[in-house]
Write a protein that binds this ligand. Structure first.
Ligand SMILES: Nc1ncnc2c1ncn2[C@@H]1O[C@H](COP(=O)(O)OP(=O)(O)OP(=O)(O)O)[C@@H](O)[C@H]1O
Ligand SMILES: [Mg+2]
Length: 920
């Protein structure tokens, strides 16, 4: 809706003061959000417009939802950005996260000229992807001078997505609920319209209208002043705003009336020639003029032609609702014939249909499937929901609703999916209910609940009749088997999915699970062969992206870290047409590979981005992996308070065999190791050692927990148990020729043999480990090996050899800033008579991982915008972090920062280039 028809407003001083006060706060460099709500016509739009006029010195972005366009992906965002041409990145994009990032980027750029005001009016009618992108962006504003004002009749309106509703009703949001104007204000309002009202007459007007300014203005405009002021005579009935509009309509000629009705059917605003065609009027200009004079329409003409606009949403609603059902349908039927896009045509056909309508439901379903092929999951879901509404048979209705639920999960709208599922009718066939609830349980991270539901859904599903659903069920079950650690079962479900999938596009995780499951059984070659035909550059929307991500994992497990990082980065950069979960896992795989490769700041940043994405898109089942990975870097650096929140959830009970992958157990053990708590390691890994399905756990290279446990047992004097962990692991690692695992084993066995007094055995074990470690580039693992070997050599009084090992360890641990390990190394060096050359506390060490990541990316030559995109942050947040870094390191320029980091950070494993540009 365009901001329209505004005169000076009366009253509302308290509300305006609050907006101004908040803006003052925003101007200090903090974001603010306001929810303005209240009944229709109460003056929400007017209030905000007034505020914008008073702060005309600031840049503002405005958009408003339009009921007719609520199915149009990114319509609202396109409006927000409209005045910022050439900026319309969401054209062609289908991913709310990408759009959210673009919005953040835009806000960042605009802030260079000062604080910004973003206004979203009639949010309840904005399209869902825009609202999701807005929510995503709002959550990421930290150090931004952005005041966001969201206007809706109520935040509880069903079309406001749950995530946004929470944000708008949360503590961080200022709520302005508009009540009616007082009598004195109405008197002033009347005065502005040239009518002098005594206070008592104004009081009566307030009672009649609840102080609703739209209604009051209408009465003042239509009722003669002498009637308004004469308290002995009642105000004319009917007194509703609707009736006042209809009176005006009835006062028009028939052509003008028909034109207004046609406009009402087309939407809040539409090109006049389309209105003319629909109303069957050859020359629409004269009746249009008449409607404008009657204040039923406004004339908004542009270079593109005449445009008709309703003066107020309630005027539009009154006109539309006054049409008889028959006339309304007939007009929509004709509008469908005249429509120039499929989407528009379908919208009118839905309104024209005599529910139920089988053919239309089928067309909507076909359109939805087309949308899903381009990854437009929100639109897929909306069309399926419409199709379900008008499906004649209850069963079809349920089928389509279930598919809509699955699409919403893919779109990262898990809460919307849950709401839809809660509304499944009692008559819904069991298999459909099981599928919908099972998919939801999986997404929410309740595998124990998901497995029986999905198993039953599969057993009852007629795959020939419903191949899309059959594939999805099988995909979910393959994921669950993978999570439980059963490779063969996961492969079995992948095969079932594939054989049901004739003509159905592969869902996102089929290839990933297939390859990972094969690799978990030692069949990495077979897994990699599945991705052999992947072209060098995988097309954005084409198939194969699932296998690209699968290959990233298999390469990582097979010590090809460069290959893994490349694949995961490519998967990430092309993930915008894939499900929310796909994007989360691309972040997680990338972060994990970077961690192994010693690129810890990148790893921390990518895993943190994965955590926040998983949370924002409700992917509970996926969240555990990035969360666990996010604990590793702070733990290894001795920042245990930072690591703790990420692993806390891992301590929750894990009763089911399907309780996620054992990432959190591993992260806990890793943390306990860094703290030097051997009992803690054993306790953390207890659920891993007792797990029923062992493929993913026991396969060398996947999750390197064995050496941690063996070391802990050794330290506790439980030597037999240490050997029992190492022996089978070594056998398998040797069989696979996996050097990384063999290096870990050699180190742990060296420690064990040393503890048992077998010094010769220990030495040859350490030496063998060194040979393996030289074959792969795993800096942290190698440093730990040098450290342990150095300790052994010092105890054996081989001081020179010990020093060589310890110094090698020290150099790497220093670069990684692995403080607890470094301290140990320094103690050993001192004991060898050579204190570490470098000071123990580097100036950069009190940076948070995010500050580090930002600093490092800045020094790799990235602009702040590029950094923001990479780390899923706002540009201002990046600047904020950089400012902190400057302060903590005592540097004043980007160049100085880069020089400093190069000094401290060289050899972080990452290929640091020269210093980045000083400016953004
Ligand atoms: N404080 C005010 N003083 C004078 N006139 C006002 C005031 N507030 C609103 N109006 C008038 O009342 C009409 C309705 O206001 P507005 O469009 O702002 O309502 P709204 O709450 O945004 O309604 P909706 O929920 O339908 O969008 C407008 O024509 C406007 O000019
Ligand atoms: Mg409004």
């Amino acid at each position: 809706m365009a901001l329209h028809d505004f005169m000076t407003i009366v009253g509302r001083t308290r509300e305006l003061e609050r907006l101004h006060a908040l803006m003052k706060h925003v101007e200090t460099g903090a974001p603010g959000t306001v929810m303005v709500d209240g009944p229709g016509g109460m003056g929400k739009t007017s209030l905000v417009h007034r505020f914008l006029t008073e702060r005309g010195d600031l840049t503002s972005l405005r958009a408003s939802g339009d009921e007719a366009e609520s199915g149009l992906s990114f319509g609202m965002l396109a409006q927000l950005a409209a005045a910022r041409a050439p900026f319309s990145p969401w054209e062609g994009s289908t991913d709310p996260i990408v759009a959210g990032l673009e919005l953040l980027d835009l806000l960042g750029r605009l802030q260079e000229a000062g604080p910004i005001i973003v206004v979203v009016d009639d949010a309840q009618w904005a399209d869902a992807p825009s609202l999701q992108a807005l929510t995503f962006a709002l959550r990421r504003l930290r150090a931004d001078s952005v005041l966001t004002i969201v206007i809706a009749r109520s935040p509880a309106m069903p079309r406001i997505p749950p995530g946004l509703r929470r944000l708008l009703t949360g503590d961080q949001t200022v709520r302005l609920t508009l009540a009616g104007l007082g009598a004195a204000d109405l008197r002033e309002l009347a005065g502005g319209l040239g009518v002098r009202l005594p206070l008592r007459a104004a009081e009566r007007l307030r009672e009649q209208t609840n102080g609703n300014p739209l209604h009051a203005r209408e009465l003042i405009g239509q009722v003669p002043p002498e009637v308004l002021t004469d308290l002995s005579r009642p105000l004319p009935v009917p007194r509703t705003y609707f009736h006042l509009v209809l009176e005006r309509l009835n006062g028009c000629s028939r052509p003008a009336r028909n034109l207004v009705y046609a406009a009402g059917v087309l939407g809040f605003t539409s090109p006049l020639d389309a209105v003319g065609r629909l109303s069957g009027i050859d020359d629409p200009v004269p009746p249009f003029d008449e409607a404008v004079r009657a204040r039923l329409l406004l004339d908004r003409s542009t270079a593109a032609g005449l445009t008709a606009l309703f003066p107020h949403p309630l005027t539009h609603a009154a006109v539309y609702q006054n049409l008889s059902v028959l006339n309304r349908r007939e007009l929509h039927r004709r509008a469908a014939e005249l429509a120039d896009s499929d989407q528009e045509r379908l919208r009118h056909r839905v309104r024209a249909s005599h529910h139920p309508d089988d053919a239309l439901a089928a067309d909507l379903t076909a359109f939805a499937r087309g949308e899903s092929a381009t990854g437009n999951w929100s639109s897929t879901a909306e069309h399926l929901i419409n199709a379900a509404h008008i499906s004649p048979s209850q069963e079809e209705r349920a089928h389509r609703t279930a598919e809509a639920i699955a699409s919403l999960i893919y779109a990262g709208r898990v809460e919307d999916a849950a709401e839809l599922a809660a509304g499944l009718p009692a008559t819904c066939p069991v298999d459909i209910r099981c599928f919908a609830l099972g998919a939801l349980a999986l997404a929410a991270g309740n595998p124990a609940e998901a497995v029986p539901l999905l198993t039953e859904a599969w057993e009852r599903c007629d795959a020939a009749a419903h191949p899309v659903r059959a594939v999805r069920i099988a995909e979910c079950l393959s994921i669950l088997c993978g999570m439980a650690g059963s490779g063969p079962d996961a492969v079995l479900w992948v095969e079932r999915a594939t054989s049901s999938a004739t003509g159905v596009p592969h869902p996102d995780f089929l290839g990933v699970i297939h390859m990972c499951a094969l690799a978990s059984r030692g069949r990495s070659d077979t897994a990699l062969a599945l991705a052999r035909d992947l072209p060098a550059s995988v097309a954005a929307a084409g198939g194969g992206l699932d296998r690209l991500l699968g290959r990233a994992a298999v390469r990582m497990w097979n010590d090809d870290l460069d290959g893994a990082i490349e694949d995961a980065s490519r998967a990430l950069s092309r993930s915008d047409r894939h499900s929310a979960a796909y994007r989360v896992s691309a972040h997680a795989f990338l972060g994990e590979a970077e961690f192994r490769a010693g690129r810890w700041d990148d790893a921390a940043a990518h895993t943190l981005a994965g955590v926040s994405l998983a949370e924002d898109t409700g992917q509970g089942w996926m969240a555990e992996i990035p969360r666990a990975l996010a604990a590793l870097v702070p733990a290894a650096r001795g920042r245990f308070d930072e690591a703790e929140p990420y692993v806390a959830a891992g301590r929750a009970s894990r009763a089911s065999p399907y309780s996620g992958l054992p990432f959190l157990n591993y992260a806990l053990a890793f943390t306990a190791t860094a703290r030097g708590l051997a009992e803690g390691v054993v306790a953390a890994l207890e659920p891993v050692t007792t797990r029923r399905f062992r493929d993913f756990i026991d396969e060398p290279g996947l999750l390197p927990w064995q050496d941690l446990l063996a070391d802990a047992y050794t330290r506790l004097g439980r030597h037999t148990e240490a050997r029992a962990v190492l022996d089978p692991f070594e056998e398998r690692a040797a069989d696979r020729g996996r050097h990384s695992s063999l290096a870990l084993i050699g180190r742990a066995r060296g420690n064990l043999l040393m503890a048992q007094g077998d010094f010769r055995g220990a030495e040859s074990s350490f030496e063998a480990a060194l040979v393996h470690a030289a074959r792969v580039d795993l800096p942290f693992d190698r440093a730990r090996l040098h450290l342990d070997y150095g300790i052994f050599l010092r105890r054996r009084k081989a001081r020179g050899a010990a020093l060589r090992q310890l110094e090698s360890a020290h150099a790497v641990l220093w670069r990684l800033r692995a403080v607890p390990y470094l301290r140990r190394c320094e103690r050993e060096l001192t004991a060898c008579g050579r204190p570490a050359a470098a000071p123990g506390e580097a100036s950069g060490w009190n940076l948070t991982p995010q500050e580090h990541a930002v600093a490092r990316l800045a020094c790799s030559g990235m602009t702040n915008q590029q950094i923001a995109k990479e780390l899923v942050l706002s540009v201002k947040t990046v600047e904020f972090h950089l400012g902190k870094v400057f302060g903590k390191l005592g540097v004043a320029s980007r160049a100085a920062l880069c020089a400093r980091l190069r000094g401290d950070d060289r050899g972080d494993g990452s290929a640091d280039g020269g210093p980045g540009p000083v400016t953004r």
